[in-house]
Design a protein around this ligand. Structure first.
Ligand code: PEP
Length: 252
C-alpha cells in the first residue's frame, strides 16, 4: 500500500535556466510512463517557479529544500511555507542534515518547521539520521528516535502518513559511502517499529520511509528491494537526468 517515492535534492545547484532544461528533460523522459513510482525534485528557491511551471500536470512533484517557520515578518533572507505554497510547491524538506549541521537547526526548530508545513499546506519530507560518531558509539537508534519524537511529538496520528520520512545517515550523505541494504533496512525497521508503538496501526503501514545517502543508479535496486525502504532522497546522483532516471527505474 506504500508507493515508492524518489526525490532529487538539487541542493545549491541549477539556477532557473538549467533547472528549466532539466525539468523539461525529466518531463519528456517520464511522459506516458506507467506511474508505479512517485517522483519529485527539490530545486533551490530561485528555480522553483520555472520548475513548477514546467512540471505542471505531469504528476512530478516539486519540493522546496527549506522554509521559515513563521508566515511573514522581519526575517531577512527567509521564505515562508505560505510563499512556497502560493508558488505552487507541494512538498518541503525539513531537517536535512546540512541544515542541522551547517545552519544550526535544532530539533526544536525542525519541529516548528514541520508544523509550518502543515499550516501552509505543504507536505513535509522529514530527514533524520545519525552522525558517524553517534553510530560508532552505538547510539544511532536513540538519535533517530529522539529526532522523530521531537519533530512529530505534537502531530496528530492521522496527519503522520502525510509526512514522508527520510532516513539519511549523515556519514553517507555526499560521501560516496552508502549504508548497506541491511544497515538501512535495520534502521527503517526501527523507525517503523517506533511508528507502530506510537500511533494506531494504519500509521506505520502507510507512512513512507525513504533512504538517503549516496544512492546511485548502481545501488538503488538493492536498497529498494528492502521491505521497509519506500523510496529514496537523492542528492548528487539526482543532478544527472540519466542517473536519476535509472534510480526511478530501479524503484519500479
Ligand atoms: C541528500 O542530500 O539528501 C543526499 C542524500 O545526498 P547524496 O545522495 O549526494 O548523498
Amino acid at each position: 500500500m506504500r508507493r515508492k517515492f524518489i526525490v532529487g535534492n538539487w541542493k545549491m545547484h541549477k539556477g532557473p535556466a538549467e533547472a528549466d532544461t532539466f525539468a523539461d528533460a525529466l518531463k519528456r523522459a517520464l511522459a506516458g510512463r506507467d506511474a508505479a513510482v512517485d517522483v519529485g525534485v527539490a530545486p533551490p528557491f530561485l528555480s522553483l517557479p520555472a520548475v513548477v511551471a514546467r512540471l505542471k500536470h505531469t504528476g512530478i512533484q516539486v519540493a522546496a529544500q527549506n522554509l521559515h517557520a513563521e508566515i511573514q515578518g522581519a526575517y531577512t533572507g527567509e521564505v515562508s511555507g505560505e510563499m512556497l505554497r502560493g508558488a505552487g510547491v507541494a512538498y518541503c524538506l525539513v531537517g536535512h542534515s546540512e541544515r542541522r549541521q551547517l545552519f544550526g537547526e535544532t530539533d526544536a526548530v525542525v519541529e516548528k518547521k514541520v508544523h509550518a508545513c502543515f499550516r501552509s499546506g505543504l507536505l513535509p519530507i522529514l530527514c533524520v539520521g545519525e552522525t558517524l560518531a553517534e553510530r560508532e558509539a552505538g547510539h544511532e537508534r536513540e538519535v533517530v528516535v529522539r529526532q522523530l519524537q521531537a519533530a512529530l511529538g505534537k502531530v496528530q496520528a492521522d496527519q503522520v502518513p502525510s509526512v514522508t520520512l527520510a532516513y539519511e545517515p549523515v556519514w553517507a550523505i555526499g560521501t560516496g559511502k552508502t549504508a548497506s541494504p541491511l544497515q538501512a533496512q535495520e534502521m527503517h525497521a526501527t523507525i517503523r517499529g517506533w511508528l507502530e508503538a506510537t500511533y494506531p496501526a494504519f500509521v506505520a503501514r502507510s507512512t513512507r520511509i525513504q533512504y538517503g545517502g549516496s544512492v546511485k543508479g548502481a545501488n538503488a535496486a538493492e536498497l529498494m528491494k528492502m521491505p521497509d525502504i519506500d523510496g529514496a532522497l537523492v542528492g548528487g546522483a539526482a543532478l544527472n537526468a540519466e542517473e536519476f532516471l535509472q534510480i526511478i527505474a530501479a524503484a519500479g
